[in-house]
Design a protein around this ligand. Structure first.
Ligand code: TMP
Length: 238
């Protein structure tokens, strides 16, 4: 597999073309941003942790019947993935109130919902990723009705699998963000990453935050939190 030219650079990852027209290589960076890029920093070792954690979780999800873009881990920070066009929706599932949900609706953080919620943001940095509903997404031709139905079903399935998996290592899955892609033949598959950058992960007993909120909110020990999640997940693997 040959790494050819870079075709995209996001806030936390780069994507490269390869000699296989159906496969890309993703490279994870240590760069961290928050508040739509307003806050910038580095989380040492984050790229390697997010790469390994995403791959571990995606392989687990594949076994549970969720199609993902994962193909093969190449190195610490690099993974071969299936080529997709990203559906420009951030799909957010919440099990417990936190973050924008708590702010937007004026409730405290930490309230466990009777059922998980789902919401979409329009992935558009210039607009600050505004919240949209499924009708708006269709009006904007971001996805078809069938694609949105598939995305919702898969997102809830991912939630059940991840919630259970994290709980076995003493972690409460508070909320997370997913992105989906279309393969060349139009199939919707899970893409992007699943990591402490894109999930809120709280210790089951102490509610200690083990995710990017430590960076967003200047809580300290950011690197330690990422390492702790990885240490627990790898322990589960052994
Ligand atoms: P929120 O409460 O800020 O809307 O975040 C919900 C979840 O989505 C949280 O686990 C963090 C994740 N997220 C991202 O992955 N990328 C983003 O740009 C934002 C705003 C949130």
């Amino acid at each position: 597999m040959k790494k050819l030219e870079q075709i995209y650079e996001g806030k936390a990852k780069k994507v490269f073309r390869t000699d296989d027209p159906e496969q890309f290589i993703v490279e994870y960076k240590d760069d961290a941003t928050a508040f739509n890029g307003l806050k910038k920093g580095t989380i040492l070792g984050k790229g390697a942790i997010n790469n390994r954690m995403t791959n571990l979780l995606m392989q687990m999800l594949e076994k549970k019947g969720v199609p993902t873009h994962f193909v093969e881990e190449l190195s610490d920070r690099e993974t071969v993935v299936k080529k997709v066009t990203i559906v420009p929706l951030e799909v957010i599932i919440r099990n417990v109130s936190a973050g924008h949900f708590a702010e937007r609706y004026g409730v405290e953080e930490g309230i466990t919902f009777d059922e998980p919620t789902i919401e979409f943001s329009y992935k558009n940095d210039d607009l600050g990723d505004p919240l949209i509903n499924a009708y708006h997404a269709r009006a904007l031709k971001l996805a078809t009705r069938e694609e949105i139905d598939t995305i919702v079903d898969l997102a809830f399935k991912v939630n059940e699998a991840l919630k259970e998996f994290f709980l076995t290592v003493g972690i409460k899955l508070v909320d997370f963000k997913l992105e989906f892609g279309r393969t060349t033949d139009g199939t919707i598959i899970l893409a992007d990453e699943i990591s402490p950058d894109t999930c809120r992960l709280w210790d089951k007993d102490t509610n200690e935050k083990l995710d990017k909120d430590r960076f967003r909110r200047d809580l300290g020990n950011v690197e330690g939190a990422y390492q702790e999640v990885m240490r627990r997940l790898m322990g589960e693997q052994a």
